[in-house]
Design a protein around this ligand. Structure first.
Ligand SMILES: N[C@@H](CCC(=O)N[C@@H](CS)C(=O)NCC(=O)O)C(=O)O
Length: 258
């Protein structure tokens, strides 16, 4: 497992600190860490406590992870603020396209993955639903699911809508990838790696984690992430997973370390 310091210690340090959950491949956190890796931007990992973390709430006025804190500046708690921060701290290689149309498209598609009511949001609702409705899941698993469900919009109605929404986003990304490949391009936007390639690669853990030797997750946790829904399975083109594999192998840290 990666090395983490605690929040009290983190508050005494300068530089870039990233709060993330130890032992868990949180896709938002892995995306942020991946961008730092690509940019060769050093950071210190700070452990988020499981469940509600009162110290994190006190420090950053919210309690989700990841959080990026640079020196005395305000904590960055959302994916787009975190992207702007790492772009400022390490402008090269830029992960935001120069071309305006490409940039608008990239932020829109990243939001489909990372934003509220996006792919991560609705996959979490599906995972929560799976845990709450599985009689083999114990007290601890059910408590975690209830906590996350209560915090992030779970209801039977949102769980029913979730697979179609997740599938729609996968189809959009898939069409985008196919269009790029038809033009001989290897990335989701333009001709170079962008934040979208990184976020797709880290969010794919929510449907099909990388093999155990590359993504060393706890077995029960892994099982809850693997997609079993037929609507989502049909939309999950093998080309999207192959793209994820290539981005990890060519640009990100393997085995994953969290
Ligand atoms: N704030 C992030 C989303 C991060 C997020 O949803 N984090 C969840 C992932 S499950 C989390 O840390 N949950 C654990 C908790 O709230 O205790 C963004 O909007 O970019």
């Amino acid at each position: 497992m990666a090395d983490y310091i605690d929040i009290e210690q983190a508050k005494t340090l300068d530089g870039l600190r990233i709060v993330a959950p130890p032992g868990r491949p949180n896709p938002w956190a892995e995306g942020l860490k991946g961008m730092c890796h690509v940019k060769n931007l050093p950071f210190t990992l700070v452990g988020k406590a499981a469940g509600h973390d009162a110290a994190l709430q006190d420090w950053t006025r919210q309690s989700s992870a990841p959080v990026a804190v640079w020196n005395e500046e305000r904590p960055r708690t959302t994916w787009n603020e975190q992207l702007y921060l790492v772009e400022r701290l390490a402008p090269q290689p830029s992960l935001v396209p120069d071309d305006e149309a490409d940039r608008i498209l990239m932020f829109g598609l990243c939001n489909e993955l990372c934003g509220e009511t996006g792919f991560g949001w609705f996959r979490r609702i599906m995972i929560v639903h799976g845990l709450l409705s599985n009689p083999e899941v114990g007290e601890q698993g059910k408590a975690t699911a209830s906590y996350l469900g209560g915090k992030y919009g779970y209801s039977p109605a949102t769980a029913e809508a979730a697979p179609q929404r997740v599938a729609q986003i996968l189809r959009t990304l898939s069409a985008r990838l196919a269009e790029q490949q038809t033009q001989g391009r290897q990335y989701l936007i333009g001709d170079t790696l962008s934040a979208l390639d990184i976020y797709w690669s880290t969010f794919a853990v929510l449907v099909e984690p990388l093999p155990l030797d590359l993504c060393p997750m706890d077995a029960a946790f892994r099982a809850s992430f693997v997609n079993t829904d037929p609507v989502v399975a049909e939309a999950l083109a093998p080309q999207l997973l192959a793209h994820r594999d290539r981005i990890y192998h060519d640009h990100l840290r393997l085995p994953m370390d969290f």
